[in-house]
Design a protein around this ligand. Structure first.
Ligand SMILES: [Zn+2]
Length: 485
């Protein structure tokens, strides 16, 4: 029997940036969801990568006296390393400069053109080089980029256009039928309202720079970066090179995106796919931004917490935990080192760490004796599954931690360390068996710690093992899981 599939993606990142908390947040979210789906037994494909074309890269490379390709080649390892340090397990790291991707973009352009959805016109607009996007006077009334706050450049050029306007009705009816597509729900109205007001055709080629994928039917034109970038989700699973894999994994189950790029994913991307005769993805989930002193974190704005700094505060697992425990997934969060340390001390060290060390040291002295685990009935497993299915990552974590609280209350109430307590070994068995379930459920969030617990108690991390009775006989006192800061 073939396993059910699950395909999740992050946006591809602009490489001329130090990987910071903003990139880390999306990629960690994808990693947590991918690990969760793997735990459930699905065959998971997790795609991430870098978006390497465009005027901005061309200019930055020129400033350094390098070719654009040599320039981006030097930048990629910092992303690959950052994901490794954060314990992120992706299936593929895709670079838009790969030949395979170029062929996919050109094939997509040919399909869209064949459908009669591409024409040559003149584009005039207000351009932000940082966004690599045009703004209308309506979007940017002071002719300043709403994100970068810098003056927009007025540009006019011959350009190919994609008939986005043609797909207005189809998009609106798609949104209506597929409620999940625009997630979370509280962000969907904004998109629906804007699409209802009418869509303008989209300029999809440029002649003002050359670092990009040539339009296959007019090589003087370079493909607009968004048309190029979005196609990565097809390339990643072998749209042209591995039809069997593509058939298996497409449509994507979730594209995770920052809310600033949801328009491209929720409107332009499905319209491109409609035109090319490809099914749209099932869900676009737009998450919030991290702020630091309430300002959006980005390199251009000066406030950056890079991945190394994030890890240095309290370790990888504590960083992973903090980012998803503190803020509801989808909402904006404000980063605070102090709160990260508090979560590390009060929850990971005091709740999980203490439970593990008290139970193992008591079990070393008193032994364990297998018995039906009544304590585990307090674990709301169905609720955790539902929260993860709905991508309410913070709520799933809360539910797991409320079971940790129950275990700590149980040990307080039963006091297995006191000499007059009877059935110490049975109480301790229930606790060990419960810790096994906790460690398995926490694996997507804090994999290093989970694996440490699993190695110490000698069990396998698998979903079936949550309900299977713990088989070990002797327990040794464990080292401290989280040192307090
Ligand atoms: Zn901008």
């Amino acid at each position: 029997m073939s396993r059910e599939k699950f395909y999740i993606t992050t946006p591809i990142y602009y490489p001329n940036d130090i990987p910071h908390i903003g990139h880390a947040y999306t990629t960690l979210a994808a990693d947590i969801i991918a690990r969760w789906q793997t735990l459930l037994g699905k065959e998971v494909f997790f795609l991430t990568g870098t978006d390497e074309h465009g005027k901005k890269i061309e200019l930055a490379a020129r400033q350094k006296g390098k070719s654009p390709k040599a320039f981006v080649d030097e930048l990629i390892p910092s992303f690959v390393d950052a994901w490794k340090k954060l314990n992120i397990r992706y299936s593929r790291f895709l670079r838009t400069t790969e030949k395979e991707h170029e062929a996919v973009v050109q094939s997509l352009l040919n399909s869209v053109r064949k459908k009669g959805d591409i024409y040559l016109g003149t584009y005039e607009g207000y351009y932000c080089t940082d966004c690599e996007a045009y703004y209308t006077e309506k979007d940017a009334p002071e002719l300043k980029c709403p994100i970068h706050h810098k003056t927009l450049e007025k540009l006019q050029e011959k350009s190919y256009f994609f008939k986005l306007s043609k797909y207005q009705k189809q998009l609106l009816s798609y949104y209506k039928k597929n409620k999940l597509f625009l997630s979370p729900e509280f962000r969907s109205n904004e998109i629906i309202n804007r699409v209802s007001e009418g869509l303008q055709d989209l300029s999809i080629s440029r002649t003002s720079f050359s670092w990009g994928i040539p339009i296959p039917f007019d090589e003087k034109h370079i493909t607009y970066v968004w048309f190029d970038a979005l196609a990565n989700y097809l390339t990643g699973i072998g749209y042209l090179n591995d039809k069997k894999k593509f058939k298996k994994f497409w449509p994507a189950d979730v594209h995770l995106v920052g809310k600033d790029i949801s328009w491209f994913h929720c409107v332009i991307w499905p319209a491109m796919l409609f035109s090319a005769g490809i099914e749209p993805p099932r869900q676009i989930f737009s998450h919030g931004w991290w702020t630091f002193d309430k300002e959006k974190i980005s390199k251009s704005r000066g406030k950056v917490i890079n991945v190394d700094e994030l890890i240095a505060i309290a370790g990888v697992d504590s960083a992973r935990y903090f980012l998803f425990r503190e803020t509801p997934f989808g909402q904006d969060g404000d980063f605070s080192e102090k709160e990260l340390i508090e979560k590390h001390n009060n929850e990971l060290a005091n709740k999980l760490g203490n439970l593990f060390s008290r139970v193992t040291s008591s079990a070393e002295k008193n032994g364990i004796k297998k018995i039906e685990n009544k304590l585990i009935k307090k674990l709301a497993l169905k609720e955790i599954e539902k929260k993860m299915e709905d991508l309410e990552i913070d709520k799933a974590l809360s539910t797991i931690f409320s079971f940790i609280d129950k275990c700590n209350e149980y040990i307080q109430e039963k006091k297995p360390w006191e000499s007059e307590t009877t059935d110490k070994d049975k109480i301790l068995y229930e606790l060990i068996d419960s810790i096994k379930a906790i460690a398995i459920l926490l694996w997507p969030f804090i994999p290093e710690t989970s694996e440490k617990i699993a190695r110490h108690l000698d069990f396998e991390i698998s979903y079936e093992n949550i309900k299977k009775a713990y088989q070990g006989n002797t327990i040794k006192k464990a080292d401290i899981l989280f040192k307090k800061i």
